[in-house]
Design a protein around this ligand. Structure first.
Ligand SMILES: Nc1ncnc2c1ncn2[C@@H]1O[C@H](COP(=O)(O)OP(=O)(O)OP(=O)(O)O)[C@@H](O)[C@H]1O
Ligand SMILES: [Mg+2]
Length: 421
């Protein structure tokens, strides 16, 4: 994407085509290349905004909207914990040149808590580092051919997945063929991981795997098998400890890691798996914000301040989200869940621009329901839809300092014809 303003001073902010599909190798690469490249709308004062031509004002409004829907990730104490553990584990495992099982990682938490984005972000940062290192060691791909080096593979488990469905999702990432039998598929997965030099395999929404049917043992064995492929397995899902995925496993009181016992002979589709040793996983929880301790409140306020800094509302006063009744109101509306907060703020900003209020107030937000968008792609039975707090009382308004004079920026003075820009 071009990021230089053209001669009119407008930064191009639109991207052509649909957003990249991260569950395909090309899409992951494209997403990785363009993340962090979005340029937010410039901050304009009311006067500067008023001085724009109608066309430039409309463009600026579009750019502001794009800014509000592309707020980007903010580091929270919870995401920092996940990121630190994940980057450390990916790096150490990748630098371990001994054959054998790698310790895995599980990222667990409720819906909309940022599991996917936090894990993808950490994996992408690791990949950038790893690619840099390899550029120094190995020549790049031959121009015109496919890049065979795929350090990170990311897949989403389909709703109501079976072990074969999960294998198919992994193979689709590499655009590899689907053999007919599970055994064949596992071998194809192993081949793909080997030829593409994959060091990290992320399995998102892994708690969608059904674990109360005859497929159970196959599923658990598959997870164990994947760990033997010399990759770091990162399992991401809702409340993993209670999902059945760790059945037969136990936490190690010494290290806090989860230990999965070896498979017994005769219980698995792969006779080779029976001789393997136990597998170890670090389990890290992504929690919501809490509002019960000074530390929790401070983290929430910091997060709100980070969001506020990225908003482009013309009448926003400093402390719009962090002062008065607002922080607690936002907490009560969202239960401290980042994804819900994000939705509320995004829709609130749209309303603030449309209604020309140009600032977020409790009253404005009170009229905005939190909508979760397309739910067809979620599995309610896997706990993926969080409960949204309802009927949150609007606190009594605190006396506000009076503004000087009336703001006339939206008044149509009919000075310029619409087509002057
Ligand atoms: N640290 C963060 N800072 C700002 N926004 C965040 C952060 N983490 C997540 N979000 C936003 O919250 C929303 C939900 O995040 P994400 O999809 O990663 O959640 P999830 O836990 O994977 O949920 P799901 O149950 O849908 O899989 C996204 O819009 C994401 O951009
Ligand atoms: Mg997710």
């Amino acid at each position: 994407m071009i990021t230089v303003p053209d001669e009119s001073g407008i930064v191009p902010f639109l991207r052509a085509g649909p957003p990249p599909d991260r569950t395909r190798h090309e899409g992951w690469k494209r997403w990785q290349d363009q993340r962090d490249k979005f340029i937010p709308a410039p901050r304009l004062s009311l006067e500067e905004y008023a001085a724009l031509s109608p066309r430039r004002r409309a463009l600026h409004d579009l750019h502001r909207t794009a800014t509000h829907v592309n707020l980007g990730l903010l580091e929270t104490p919870m995401s920092a914990k996940v990121t630190k553990l994940m980057r450390g584990r990916l790096r150490n495992n990748a630098l371990n040149f001994e054959p054998g099982t790698r310790d895995g990682l599980m990222v667990s938490g409720g819906g909309y808590l940022g599991k996917t984005e936090t894990a993808c972000d950490a994996a992408a940062t690791f990949e950038a580092l790893w690619r840099d290192l390899h550029r120094q060691l190995l020549p790049g791909p031959i121009p015109g051919t496919r890049d065979l080096f795929v350090p990170v593979a990311y897949c989403r488990t389909p709703v109501r997945a079976t072990p074969k469905g999960l294998c198919a999702a992994i193979l689709d990432f590499y655009a590899a063929p689907h053999p007919k039998t599970l055994h064949g598929m596992v071998r194809q997965v192993a081949d793909s991981i080997r030829v593409h030099h994959t060091t990290a395999l992320l399995l998102d929404d892994v708690t969608r795997l059904r674990l109360h049917r005859e497929d159970d043992q196959d599923t658990l064995d598959l997870i164990r098998e994947l760990m033997d492929l010399n990759v770091t397995l990162v399992l991401i899902g809702v409340d993993i400890p209670n999902s059945g995925l760790l059945r037969g496993g136990r936490p190690d009181p010494r290290t806090g890691q989860w230990i999965l016992p070896p498979v017994k002979p005769g219980q698995t589709f792969n006779p080779g798996a029976a001789t393997q040793t136990e597998r170890r996983f670090d389990l890290v929880d992504l929690d919501p914000f809490d509002y019960d301790s000074p530390k929790g409140i401070k983290a929430w306020l910091d997060h709100l301040a980070g969001i506020e800094d990225r908003l482009r509302l013309l009448q926003a006063r400093p402390g719009m989200l962090t002062e008065g009744a607002m922080p607690e109101y936002l907490f009560r509306r969202t239960g401290g869940i980042v994804g819900l907060l994000r939705r509320l703020i995004e829709d609130g900003c749209t309303e603030a621009i449309d209604s020309q209020a140009e600032e977020l107030t409790v009253d404005l937000l009170a009229g905005i329901p939190i909508r979760l968008g397309n739910l067809a792609d979620r599995d309610p039975t896997a706990g993926e839809i969080p409960e949204i707090p309802e009927d949150i009382a609007v606190p009594a308004p605190a006396p506000r300092p009076r503004r000087k004079g009336r703001n006339t920026v939206f008044d149509d003075r009919g000075e310029r014809p619409a087509a002057d820009a």
